[in-house]
Design a protein around this ligand. Structure first.
Ligand code: ZN
Length: 198
């Protein structure tokens, strides 16, 4: 045991705990990471430190740091914060939706207005290919295009460089959450904090 005379915390989530939206987001982030992280067997002497979880915890710590900063500036939009967090998490977990090219015909989507997220195919589709799909979990065109733009912003900037995403259709946050659930075989109802956020 060690005694210390003085203890100065390096970082405290001072503003998050005074802002109920930010606090609910923090609960949701923690719930998401808890669900993704495997349980550590502390009694297994042969288990080495598992580095595969480091990326996950890096996203979490970046997310909490970002949330604290936004709450301190009193500019904490739950839709924007959740989309940034999920986008970074999907990149880190290797299930970020195929975005630059159509998941079916490989056409570059940059200049196409008709872009749709097809959740059960793990990526975006052009309008032409979408018409050939008989059954698919997909967005409408406006939301598809907006999510395409937003995920581009998230993927191409470092976490702390991002401020607030300009979101026209708040539904895109729900769509992205369902995309995340689909990838990891969760149900939205598995996350108790979700209803406090969206
Ligand atoms: Zn296509």
């Amino acid at each position: 045991m060690q005694n210390t005379k003085e203890w100065i915390p390096g970082w405290v989530h001072e503003s998050i705990r005074l802002n109920h939206k930010a606090f609910s987001l923090m609960c949701l982030f923690l719930e998401i990471v808890t669900n993704l992280a495997p349980e550590e067997n502390l009694h297994d002497e042969n288990s080495d430190y598992d580095e595969s979880m480091m990326g996950l915890f890096k996203v979490l710590s970046n997310g909490l740091f970002h949330l604290e900063k936004r709450a301190k500036e009193k500019k904490c939009d739950p839709y924007s914060e959740l989309i940034i967090f999920l986008g970074k998490l999907l990149v880190e977990q290797g299930v970020f939706p195929t975005r630059e090219n159509c998941a079916f015909c490989d056409e570059i989507l940059f200049e196409r207005g008709d872009v749709f997220l097809v959740t059960d195919h793990g990526g975006f589709s052009c309008g032409t290919c979408l018409t050939h799909l008989e059954e698919a979990i997909t967005t409408n065109q406006k939301e598809g295009r907006e999510l395409w733009e937003l995920l581009g912003v998230v993927a191409n900037h470092r976490y702390q460089e991002l401020s607030e995403l300009k979101i026209e259709y708040n539904e895109v946050a729900h769509i992205l959450f369902h995309y995340f659930c689909y990838q990891f075989h969760f149900k939205a109802s598995d996350f108790k904090s979700l209803s406090m956020v969206l």
